[in-house]
Design a binder for this molecule. Structure first.
Ligand SMILES: Nc1ncnc2c1ncn2[C@@H]1O[C@H](COP(=O)(O)OP(=O)(O)OP(=O)(O)O)[C@@H](O)[C@H]1O
Length: 782
């Protein structure tokens, strides 16, 4: 029962207590109280001082406090005189001065929302000091009652009766020492440190022992236990358990704070360093090594008459024929619109309601017949437009010059990583794509339809937009004539295998080595991306430019690498899987690390463009091909067989097929550009790809005689007669595949008939004639 009562009273009390708490916690209350305390303290100080001068006269008047006719001399009137009398005369004497000061600081603390805990602490220590002081003053001036106040005076005489004068003095001294030690943590060592004594010569036995150290920190420990009572200004240090380092530093009685946490800041050093480096030197500029490099100028490119003449007669007759043909099949036309492009005109037809689109599509050949023109393409419907398009070649095609596409604002202002101005669309707009986004391009077209010009257009675009530090080309040209002009810019823009002479690769063995080397480069780049914790080359280079990647850890600015293969069919025929495998690997993985492939072929048959290659080349450019089947292989649909040649092309990136007129750049123009670049200061060498040694090399000499190819003797004869140790010679003469010819060369080397592999050069033939060969081979049998 009683328990219940207790809980009820407790819960009743709680809200009342909380009300009081919230009243004093209110900032308005605090401001009023704080300012009152400060002003009251000022009041007390003035009245106390005034009291010391007038107390004798005023004292007699205090009895007549309420009498109007009596006045006091205290500056703060009767109230000032009364209060001063109460505190000084009837209280603690001159040590009462503590009270207004304590009040003043308390007022400030409340006013500024300081901690009331510290206020309480001041009062505790202040009152103790005040009592001690009044007793001490009473002890010194026992005849004066004002200075110690009644309390000091009476306490003094009371204590003297018990302790005697000397005893009281000793007690007072002890209390003073205790006060100073506890309040201000005074120790002999601290006093010593404040007033440094001349250092005596230290002998070895004077070194501080751990015992002494312990002793020296003892006061600290004791204060720790009394924390609530004695908490002081040094709270943070006191609360900390002295660490072993702190123990050492307390030798002289003071605690030196060791900021161990600063070590954590080291993780930011690289970051700070990089921003400092960027601040000091600016962002890393990869182009700095060839800082004076100037891009080729537009006047190196030829001007052509590119004005598209609109032949009204031609338009009318085409329109009439289209309408007629369709009418013959009962297809009515609601509207027809023509867009004249450089090579073809697009007639956009809106058929009458209810006409099936497939019906018009099926009439493709009939319309072509009635227009008596080749290259008719029907787009039914035009994606995103809802109309049917009929592309009819113009009688007079207009050339699209490289100059016109390069100088277009669209290309010049493009912010793409690898911008390529391929040509112009049917509506005469410059078509620019980002090779980095494609990310690889497959180009096909029958011979003489504009592939090589297309490749040159791609390369020219990149030369006009990218600095030598930003892009490198690996050029594979089995035809040996198409890309030779780019030799001029070897040390600016080309990449090659170390220890090879020509950067432009014409030899199948070298192609295999280069492709495998690119795979090594790809793997190395992936490792760099991994350590840099970025997802692609763009992020990597941005981070490198911001100086956040340390070159000492193997990081370097990574240029884009564009691998161009002109005539892929030839490579596949001679090297098969050895070429296909690294190409497929590169095509699958290289997009993120900036290796992009452009593969061109005359024969887009399925055994050249295999499924695995096709799957990894979403971007396709088709020039005119000879059959619908070839068109299907390259574009996954018909259309390329309907093109008119001379750079007329279809381009797709997996979705829509766009008809373009490829920009024309001829050999003299390319020569001018490469000469312009080549005449400028270059890097010491071409960009070196990682070394790759073919698997056959090194094992060749172990080949057993019994394992020789049946054609070994024939091959030896061919080589000795021609005095030229090349695998391609064997391929041609003996009609062999690349692999078999390669193996034969290895066996010939093992037999000592040809010399070692010497890069791009043919191997040396070590046997001068047939006679010597027969002797050598017969000798082996014995
Ligand atoms: N974009 C174009 N504009 C105008 N004419 C072009 C264009 N492209 C090619 N031609 C013409 O077609 C000719 C053959 O072009 P190109 O050498 O590029 O053919 P190709 O497909 O590479 O042939 P091959 O496979 O035999 O090397 C050029 O010499 C040129 O006269």
């Amino acid at each position: 029962m009683a328990k219940k009562k207790k809980t009820i009273t407790k819960t009743e009390r709680k809200p009342r207590f909380q009300k009081i708490k919230s009243f004093f916690g209110n900032r308005q209350t605090q401001t009023i109280l704080g300012s009152f305390a400060v002003l009251f303290a000022v009041f007390l100080i003035i009245s106390f001082f005034s009291y010391f001068f007038n107390w004798q006269e005023d004292q007699s008047q205090l009895a007549n406090f309420s009498d109007k006719n009596t006045s006091v001399k205290n500056l703060l009137g009767k109230i000032g005189a009364t209060i001063s009398h109460f505190f000084i005369y009837d209280g603690f004497g001159i040590s009462s001065i503590y009270i207004p000061f304590l009040l003043f600081f308390s007022g400030i603390a409340i006013f500024l929302k300081g901690s009331l805990k510290s206020v309480r602490k001041y009062w505790g220590w202040g009152i103790l000091a005040m009592i001690w002081l009044s007793v001490a003053i009473g002890f010194v001036s026992s005849n004066n009652q004002l200075l110690p106040g009644i309390i000091g005076y009476e306490l003094n005489s009371y204590l003297q009766q018990f302790l005697g004068k000397t005893g009281l003095l000793l007690v007072l001294l002890f209390l003073l020492i205790s006060y100073l030690v506890i309040r201000f943590k005074l120790t002999p060592e601290k006093i010593k440190s404040i007033f440094p004594v001349k250092k005596a010569v230290k002998t070895s036995n004077e070194t501080t022992t751990s015992e002494e150290v312990k002793k020296s920190i003892e006061p600290i420990k004791s204060t720790e236990t009394k924390e609530i009572f004695t908490a002081d200004f040094d709270i943070p240090i006191e609360n900390k358990k002295p660490s072993s380092k702190n123990l050492e530093s307390t030798e002289r009685g003071e605690i030196v704070k060791i900021d161990v946490e600063k070590i954590v800041e080291e993780s930011h050093v690289e970051e700070n360093m990089s921003s400092k480096l960027v601040k000091d030197f600016g962002e890393f500029d990869p182009t700095l090594e060839l800082g004076n490099y100037t891009f080729p100028t537009l006047n190196l490119l030829k001007d052509y008459d590119e004005s598209i003449s609109i032949d009204q007669e031609e338009l009318e007759s085409h329109k009439n024929r289209i309408v007629e043909t369709l009418n013959n099949y009962n297809i009515g036309i609601a509207r027809i619109k023509a867009t004249v492009g450089p090579t073809v005109t697009l007639y956009e037809i809106v058929p009458d309601a209810g006409i099936r689109i497939s019906k018009i599509k099926n009439l493709e050949d009939d319309i072509a017949l009635s227009l008596s023109a080749m290259g008719i393409r029907i787009i039914a419907p035009i994606p995103g437009k809802g109309t049917i398009g009929i592309e009819v070649p113009n009688k007079k095609a207009t050339m699209v010059s490289m100059k016109s596409v390069i100088s277009s604002a669209k290309f010049q202002n493009s912010e793409m990583e690898l911008p390529v101005a391929m040509g112009k669309t049917i509506s005469n707009e410059t078509f620019v794509f980002d090779l980095a986004k494609m990310p690889h391009l497959l180009m096909a077209g029958a011979t003489g339809q504009g592939k090589s010009v297309g490749l040159n257009a791609v390369l020219t675009s990149l030369l006009y937009k990218k600095h030598p530090a930003e892009v490198k080309f690996v050029l594979v040209d089995p035809k040996k004539v198409e890309l030779t002009l780019f030799n001029h810019i070897e040390r600016h823009y080309l990449a090659k295998l170390p220890d090879t002479e020509d950067a432009i690769i014409t030899d199948t063995t070298k192609v295999i080595n280069t492709l495998n080397s690119l795979c090594i480069e790809m793997d190395a780049r992936y490792d760099l991306l991994k350590t840099a914790m970025v997802r692609n080359i763009k992020e990597y280079n941005t981070k490198f430019k911001a100086r956040k990647l340390n070159p000492e850890n193997g990081h370097k600015f990574l240029p884009y690498i564009v691998l161009v293969i002109d005539e892929f069919a030839d490579l596949i025929m001679t090297a098969g899987k050895e070429v296909e495998t690294p190409i497929a690997r590169l095509a699958q993985l290289a997009r993120a690390i900036g290796i992009h492939l452009i593969v061109a072929t005359q024969r887009p048959s399925v055994n050249v463009i295999t499924g695995i290659i096709k799957a990894n080349f979403p971007a396709r450019a088709a020039f005119r091909v000879t059959s619908k089947i070839d068109s299907r292989t390259i574009l996954d649909g018909a259309g390329a067989d309907q093109l008119i040649g001379k750079g007329d092309m279809l381009f797709t990136n997996g979705n829509d097929v766009i008809r373009l007129q490829c920009a024309f750049v001829d050999t003299p123009e390319v020569e001018k550009i490469t000469d312009y670049i080549g005449s400028q200061r270059a890097y010491p060498s071409a960009y070196l790809l990682p070394e790759y040694t073919g698997e056959e090399v090194g094992t060749s000499l172990d080949i057993d005689i019994s394992e020789r190819d049946v054609l070994f003797r024939d091959a030896a004869l061919v080589i000795v007669h021609a005095q030229q140790g090349s695998a391609s010679l064997l391929q041609r003469k003996l009609k062999l595949g690349y692999n078999r010819a390669g193996r034969l060369i290895d066996q010939l080397e093992a037999a000592g008939i040809v010399g070692q592999f010497e890069g791009s050069k043919a191997r040396q033939v070590l046997v001068p004639d047939e006679l010597a060969l027969n002797q050598l081979l017969d000798g082996e049998k014995e």
